[in-house]
Design a protein around this ligand. Structure first.
Ligand SMILES: [Zn+2]
Length: 422
């Protein structure tokens, strides 16, 4: 009969998580604009705070060879393979508090809840706070998860930050040995799966009025650099029919990219985020234009087909307008599908919490992109206000934090390793 009163005194999972998100969010290079970059003093302070939370939740915890914070909660028997949960604790500059930390703090809270109840499972649980996902300091992303997956490229150790400090030096001053990054690598036999809870960073869940969703895949991306060359000329004297206006040609290309992606029903998105016209004067016809194209889709074949079709359209626009065209692929990364057997278990957990199950792709990159090389991966998205992220206005309602935590906890408690799940 006292359950209600007891419930009122104990903060919900969501409330406890939100308090910690604010505590972690206060650890920043600059007090007014959150920035917590790989291997900085603030980064170390955040690692220490997370280590303390892991230990209080009944985990053994340490910082690994690349700066990841790792906690382990044993199962019924010591030394069993683990279900790995986590996200990253570095940030972009002028960041929000939720991107990354929500996944770490929620996972720790789920373990703390099991520990409080004395509940052990047939497998171990590990929580990992990846040291670098955003890649701001050394312009190289997913450093923490690549080290765990055993795909860390040692040549990045020689890269310098804007102050001229190499990653090698930064690791040493963090208290790590740059020659031992390889020791962070884990093997496939140690991991049953990698599951990450993360804010959506987009407006789909909000639009669907749902607190959580199941991620289908992390979209792959192709980036291209386009350059159109026409003929500069006097804006007053060259008749319209005799012009080779590179900017008007680029405008037609941009319109075609938007139209193509808008009419696609498979989650294709396309963006022209940068454009530069030369010579760039009010009274001169633009002779040269450079612009970028970013194309993403949940499936690789779909994305490649789309890129081929778009390239053909751009080529024909350039030809019709008699413009020179140079088109180069500057970046390409594969899509990472979430494993069906894990998606099913996440969907079951969400449904058991009383929510409609919505599947959606992740247009943004995540640590799962590296972890796929060492384990099957899956993700749970939590609604964020207005879909805003990488911005101080990033926000998640406490009720949604709670819904995400309850879904994750249920997923953990009902988790069936792959062999048993099939
Ligand atoms: Zn993130």
């Amino acid at each position: 009969m006292n359950t209600e009163a007891a419930g009122a005194e104990t903060p919900s999972l969501g409330e406890a998580i939100v308090a910690r998100i604010h505590e972690l969010g206060a650890i920043s290079e600059t007090p007014d604009h959150l920035a917590r970059l790989f291997l900085t003093r603030e980064h170390r302070a955040a690692a220490d705070l997370i280590l303390g939370w892991m230990r209080a939740a009944g985990m053994r915890a340490h910082v690994d060879a690349v700066g990841n914070v790792c906690g382990r909660y044993e199962g019924h028997e010591f030394g069993r393979p683990c279900l790995m949960l986590g996200s990253h604790y570095d940030t972009v500059r002028d960041a929000g508090k939720w991107d990354g930390p929500l996944g770490i703090v929620t996972a720790i809270s789920c373990v703390a809840d099991l520990n409080r109840r004395g509940r052990r499972l047939p497998f171990a649980i590990e929580v990992i706070g990846f040291a670098d996902e955003e890649g701001v300091r050394f312009a190289s992303t997913l450093l923490g998860s690549r080290a765990v997956a055993g795909t860390f490229d040692e040549s990045v150790l020689g890269k310098s930050d804007t102050a001229g400090i190499t990653m090698r030096q930064a690791l040493a001053s963090f208290g790590l040995d740059p020659d031992h990054v390889g020791r962070a690598a884990r093997t496939r036999s140690e991991l049953l799966a990698y599951v990450e809870l993360h804010i959506e960073q987009g407006p789909v869940l909000e639009d669907q009025n749902l607190p959580v969703g199941v991620v289908t895949a992390i979209s792959g991306a192709t980036r291209l650099a386009a350059r159109l060359t026409g003929m500069a000329g006097h804006a007053g004297t060259v008749p319209m029919k005799q012009r080779k206006d590179a900017l008007a040609g680029a405008a037609e290309c941009i319109g075609a990219i938007e139209q193509f992606c808008r009419t696609d029903e498979g989650g294709l998105v396309g963006t022209v985020g940068y454009i530069h016209a030369a010579p760039g004067a009010t009274n001169v016809i633009p002779g040269r234009v450079s612009f970028t194209i970013d194309i993403r889709a949940p499936g690789d074949a779909h994305r490649r087909r789309a890129v081929t079709d778009l390239v053909r359209q751009i080529e024909s626009i350039a030809k019709r307008r008699d413009l020179g065209l140079q088109l180069d692929v500057t970046h390409e990364n594969r899509s990472v599908p979430c494993a069906d057997w894990l998606k099913r278990q996440i969907a079951d957990a969400i449904a058991s919490e009383g929510y409609r199950v919505l599947e959606l792709p992740s247009g943004a990159g995540h640590d799962g992109m590296a972890m796929i090389d060492v384990a099957d991966v899956a993700m749970i998205f939590v609604r964020c206000k207005g879909g805003i992220s990488h911005h101080p206005d990033e926000h998640v309602d406490t009720a949604d934090v709670d819904a995400g935590a309850r879904a994750l906890l249920r997923m953990i408690e009902n988790f069936q390793p792959r062999d048993e799940a099939q």
